[in-house]
Design a protein around this ligand. Structure first.
Ligand code: ATP
Length: 433
């Protein structure tokens, strides 16, 4: 059974991972702020993604495109016309619902009568420049993908790329969702981690299969239990207007199986559309075969917030240790916001405090390490367990003479006595291997 979402929300608030946005004003619906530990965790999620899909590969380039784009982009991509959800209102209580979420004909809240269904465009609109008229309308991008498509030729030429190759981007996206909720699972402002992988038509199925497997394995590699992941193929009636096929990687969230990432075969739809709306030639010239064609595109599209939430939920454990409840986040070491905490056994002994602070300072040059003396050792361990710190280093009276410290492993709670001069190597080996 997955942990209840309330437990995760409460841990996140208590331990400085995620706070409700504008909380002092009563909050703004479904917007969240990543606190000191949350920003580290989410940054680690984005870093491991960037490392896996850009830095460790020879066939990928990175991009950081602007959120605001030429408005024609969204006509070409089909978003102005089709990026809609079916909306109905309750005539009695005035609440709004996604028609496809409803089971019966009446309002699920007050049983009132519902209006006819109408299309609701999910793009946020704003105005560029000082004049607020139709000619100055721009959109906050609802996906990062289009920033990649409009830069396809720039990148291919500047980086002298041959197919197949991909472009990866991490960035904010905005959707005016009708029913946001489930904590950070569905929000109106979120971050995407998207790849557009350009291939020769005809090789698209092979690359599609490759990316579905590659992306599934990535979540497992970084700690998600395989039994909490599954693949779901979209039926023909469910496919987006641009897609030939699509698989969702689903995670067993507390509210049930839900999408974590989608991998779609977008064919040559986007590049063709942009070529026709911009009048620019977006063909690729294959030197080897002297052929000219518009590449096909495989898109693995993930959400940084959803991935962070899934890693958090999957890492959450409650254990019984000698009759006491221990809450722990068994996060993969690369995801842990803090890698090591240095704790003095006695905080009223200045030599111990000084030694512990020096050790923390030395470790900090290599990874995120903290010093903490704001409680008894038992309480300090519990606090670090709850935020997923893989190693606690304890300095005690004996350390002053034998120059050794105790290193406690978060998951096994086993303790090792390590010479201070070897501590950095010892921890680095465990953190990097
Ligand atoms: P859903 O069916 O859940 O609305 P989608 O199929 O519309 O998602 P995509 O357009 O495929 O989503 O977006 C790719 C990824 O971006 C999703 O798998 C998800 O991780 C993330 N994402 C999409 N919408 C949101 C949102 N409102 N809040 C947080 N993350 C989102």
């Amino acid at each position: 059974m997955p942990v209840e979402m309330e437990k995760i929300v409460s841990l996140c608030k208590r331990r400085g991972l995620i706070f409700q946005n504008s909380e002092i004003y009563g909050g703004l619906g479904s917007t969240w702020d990543y606190g000191p530990l949350g920003v580290e965790l989410k940054r680690n999620v984005k870093d491991i993604w960037w490392h896996s899909v850009v830095r460790e590969r020879e066939d990928m380039e990175g991009l950081d495109a602007a959120i605001l784009m030429h408005p024609t982009t969204w006509i070409a991509s089909g978003h102005v016309e089709s990026f809609t959800d079916p909306l109905v209102d309750c005539k009695k209580c005035k609440k709004r619902f996604r028609a496809d979420d409803l089971k019966g004909e009446f309002c699920p809240e007050c049983k009132g009568e519902l209006t006819e269904m109408r299309k609701f465009n999910l793009m946020f609109k704003t105005f560029m420049g000082p004049v607020e008229d139709e000619g100055s309308v721009v959109y906050l991008r609802p996906e990062t993908a289009q920033g990649i498509f409009v830069n396809f030729s720039n990148i291919q030429r500047a980086m002298r790329r041959k197919l197949p190759f991909g472009i990866a981007q991490i960035g904010k996206a905005f959707r005016n969702e009708i029913t946001p909720g489930n904590f950070t699972f569905r929000t109106r402002e979120f971050e995407q981690m998207e790849i557009e992988y350009f291939v020769k038509p005809g090789s698209d199925q092979q690359w599609y299969d490759y990316w579905v497997k590659e992306r599934f394995d990535w979540y497992v590699k970084f700690g998600i239990k395989p039994e909490n992941l599954r693949l779901r193929e979209h039926g023909k009636d469910e496919l987006a207007h641009y897609a030939k096929s699509c698989h969702d990687i689903e995670y067993l969230f507390p509210m049930g199986w839900s999408e974590l990432e989608g991998i779609a075969n977008r064919t040559d739809f986007d590049l063709k559309q942009h070529a026709s709306h911009s009048g620019k030639d977006l063909h690729y010239f294959d030197e080897a075969t002297k052929e000219q064609y518009i590449p096909y595109v495989i898109e693995p599209s993930a959400g940084a917030d959803r991935a962070t939430l899934a890693f958090l939920i999957d890492a959450y454990r409650e254990e019984d240790v000698r009759g006491e409840k221990r809450v722990l986040l068994s996060l993969h070491r690369e995801l842990a916001p803090i890698k090591a905490a240095v704790l003095p056994l006695l905080r009223n002994r200045p030599e111990i405090v000084a030694m512990a602070k020096k050790i923390a300072g030395d470790l900090r040059r290599h990874f995120r390490a903290v010093y903490d003396d704001t409680g008894s050792i038992g309480r300090l361990y519990r606090r670090q367990d709850e935020i997923g710190t893989p190693y606690c280093v304890t300095v005690d009276v004996q350390s002053l003479t034998d120059k050794e410290v105790t290193v406690r492993d978060r998951d096994s709670m086993e303790q090792d006595r390590i010479p201070i001069e070897r501590l950095k190597e010892y921890l680095l080996e465990k953190l990097v291997s």
